[in-house]
Ligand binder design. Structure first.
Ligand code: HDD
Length: 699
């Protein structure tokens, strides 16, 4: 299999610079001897205009900022590759990257939507999942989200929607949150938002990690074969690590403890060589079946249930390299839904059609002119030859007298290509020029209910709690009531529960509820039960059982789990009876349970005694327990679980007990049985002990 994925890096290498071994110069390459004092008339006199170095330095600084993205401003990205499993899609498409099996270089940018560039990662929001494939046929961008549907059906409403969800104009409050009046005012008056709002109130809006969320192209696109035949397609990204979420109380705390939580997780995992991976899947629909569904394929507020059209795996995406410079790469990358390659085409989805205008338009102002495709991160690896010339930031030196088609003076170049060209899918179109919505777009509740019906009880609880939180922040009572009215069309019980929480009257049930379910929509029902990629905190102080700890760490690391040792003070932890000192990775008070997937308390009576007297340690365990995370202890460490209010049955002998996600044994040192680690890893694979009662969250 050809590894084509270095081609982009070879190209980028030509732009990468490294200050190592260099001396300071001006932009003109003149060596600078002194940069700490400006040129002045006398040591207490005025600064001189002729100080070209100071002026250049300050001027450049003054212009360092560019406009942030109007949406999706907060993001993190990485390079990697995509490879198709086989050529089975060649029946449907001429897009080589989907059929050749070559490793195709990619850049993926994940993002939140509503917040500014510096906002927290763990807000309740949709996540962007945008992929640029640098294919040999040109760049293809799949600009998707981690939810398969959208808020609105027509892009002309996008400015209204974004104005409603962004901070309110008078005071720019609140940052990166939908929990405010204008968003819910928009929702309550626009029934088409209902389906997506259920997704937004679900755990999908709180991903544990970018590595652990699904991605969707959202729209119905088209694959086009060599004969020009089209097949409808929906794109799905499925994370190898499973689809997992945080809980809301954690999210709010992480926003303070580590606002870069998701960004850091992506960065750290790639640095550690644990490369995030997704499988690309497609749902294919024959053009003859365009009208075979009880919704319109062109309506982006609808999904195709996987039980109706299975997702067919076609390839894998691996992210294996962090950027060198956030601004140059992650900030300057420019995605565009209209960046297509031969073999993929649009449909008439009115949301997509508007996007096809908006992305190029926004890049022109964000990146300052028409030459942003020449920025290193945006450059195709395919050869580029246009008659476009000049403009701000032009990087190319175009030779020759001709920059027009058709020319004879330039030998007719660039010539019209013979093969491998993009051809728009030929579609018969007729109709009156009207400003109207198709009747096939008017059912707003069927799929919203399908989603609700498909949720497990705990997922439903989270959705109700989210509505109560968000509407609870809305000051306009009538907006709360109107939203509850909408929810009543989805499910009466849901509406009633939300109504009770936000102090409005529950409306009477309406007719037309259905019992359809799509099990694939439940995140908890999806496969992916592996401990790989998880992070465990181990609390220890001087006198800890470093023998038992080392054995456990080894076992966890072999399963792809990272264990961090947290101690009350920095510096190596003195061992208990035998064993060697153990380095501490972090100081306990600088971290928090919300930053980990599980907590372990090891044996060692002096260590346990110190931790019992340490408020951070006790709180750490209590909080992890209340967030339904795996909690484990061995030997004397079990005492800390008791102090922290763990109510599960705890071991009173060496037999490993694993109850309700709580793993304990009195064994320690070299006697610590492998089953202890195995039970902890199994609990991690289950993500949370959802059955654990947590009436008293927050901790
Ligand atoms: Fe959009 C950015 C995804 C509808 C207009 N969008 C943007 C990004 C993602 C999406 C992932 C960030 C790309 C990056 O990381 O740089 N947008 C979506 C999805 C949509 C959607 C999945 C619905 C299915 N978007 C949408 C509409 C419009 C826009 C209907 C306008 C009519 N989106 C934009 C934009 C942005 C953008 C204003 C802001 C920055 C940028 O494009 O480059 O043009």
């Amino acid at each position: 299999m050809t590894d084509h994925h270095d081609a982009k890096h070879e190209q980028l290498d030509r732009s990468r610079t490294d200050p190592e071994g260099t001396v300071l110069t001006t932009q003109q390459g003149v060596r600078v001897a002194h940069t700490d004092d400006s040129l002045r008339a006398g040591d207490r006199g005025p600064t001189l205009l002729e100080d070209f170095h100071a002026r250049e330095k300050i001027t450049h600084f003054d212009h360092e900022r560019i406009p942030e993205r109007v949406v999706h401003a907060r993001g993190a990205g990485a390079y990697g590759y995509f490879e198709a499993y086989d050529d089975s899609l060649s029946r449907y498409t001429t897009a080589e990257f989907l059929t050749s099996g070559e490793r195709i270089p990619v850049f993926v940018r994940f993002s939140t939507v509503a917040g500014s560039r510096g906002s927290a990662d763990t807000v309740r929001d949709v996540r962007g999942f945008a992929t640029k494939f640098y294919t040999r046929q040109g760049n293809y961008d799949l600009v998707g989200n981690n939810m398969p549907v959208f808020f609105i059906q027509d892009g002309v409403k996008f400015p209204d929607f974004v104005h409603a969800v962004k901070p309110e104009p008078p005071n720019e409050i609140p940052q990166a949150q939908s929990a405010h009046d204008t968003f819910w005012d928009f929702v309550a008056t626009q029934p088409e938002t209902t389906h997506m709002v259920l997704w937004l109130m679900s755990d999908r809006a709180l991903p544990r990690s970018y590595r652990m969320m699904q991605g969707f192209g959202v729209h119905t696109f088209r694959l086009v074969d060599a004969e020009g035949r089209g097949t409808f397609v929906k794109f799905h990204w499925t994370p190898v690590l499973g689809t997992h979420s945080l809980v809301w109380d954690e999210c709010q705390k992480i926003a303070g403890k580590d606002p870069d939580f998701n960004r850091r997780d992506l960065w750290d995992s790639i640095e550690a060589g644990q490369f995030p991976e997704w499988e690309l899947g497609v749902q294919l629909v024959d053009e003859a079946d365009e009208h075979a569904f009880d919704f319109d394929l062109l309506d982006a507020t609808k999904l195709i249930p996987e039980e109706r059209v299975p997702v067919r795996p076609v390839g894998r995406l691996v992210l294996d390299r962090n950027p060198d410079n956030f601004f140059a790469e992650t900030e300057q990358i420019a995605f565009h839904t209209a960046n297509l390659v031969p073999g993929i085409d649009f449909t008439n989805d009115p949301l997509l059609q508007a996007r096809n205008f908006s992305y190029l338009d926004t890049q022109l102002i964000r990146l300052g002119g028409p030459n942003f495709a020449q920025l290193p991160v945006n450059r195709p690896i395919a050869e580029v030859s246009t008659n476009q010339r000049d403009g701000h930031g032009q990087q190319e030196i175009h030779k020759g007298r001709t920059s027009y088609f058709r020319n004879t003076l330039g030998g007719g170049c660039p010539a019209i290509a013979e093969g491998g060209t993009f051809r728009h899918h030929t579609e018969a179109v007729s109709g009156h020029k009207i400003r109207a919505r198709s009747a096939s777009f008017l059912d707003h509740y069927r799929q919203a209910r399908l989603f609700w019906n498909s949720m497990s009880p705990v997922e439903r609880e989270h959705i109700v709690a989210a509505f109560r939180f968000e509407l609870g922040k809305v000051t306009a009572k009538e907006v709360r009531a109107r939203t509850v009215e909408r929810l009543n069309h989805v499910d009466h019980e849901l509406a009633a529960q939300v109504a009770t929480g936000v102090g409005v009257e529950a409306p009477a049930a309406v007719a037309g509820y259905h019992d359809d379910r799509s099990p694939a929509l439940s995140q908890l029902g999806r496969p992916g039960g592996s401990p790989r990629g998880r992070k465990v905190a181990l609390l220890a102080a001087d006198g800890a059982d470093t023998v038992g700890i080392r054995g456990l760490i080894e076992q966890a690391e072999a399963a792809g789990v990272t264990v961090e040792v947290l101690a009350p003070t920095d510096g190596p932890i003195a061992p208990g009876a035998d064993g060697a000192p153990l380095p501490a990775d972090r100081q306990l008070s600088t971290m928090a349970s919300v930053l980990y997937d599980a907590v372990v308390v090891p044996c060692g009576p002096p260590s346990t005694e110190t931790l019992l007297a340490d408020g951070y340690a006790v709180h750490f365990v209590t909080e992890a327990y209340k967030h339904q995370k795996p909690v484990a202890a061995f030997g004397s460490g079990v005492d800390l679980l008791r102090r922290a209010g763990v109510t599960a049955e705890l071991a009173d002998d060496v037999t490993v007990r694993a109850d309700d996600g709580v793993v304990t044994t009195t064994a320690a040192g070299a006697e610590l049985p492998g089953e202890f680690g195995t039970a902890l890893l199994a609990a991690l694979a289950g993500h949370r002990a959802w059955a654990r009662a947590t009436t008293a969250v927050p901790a």
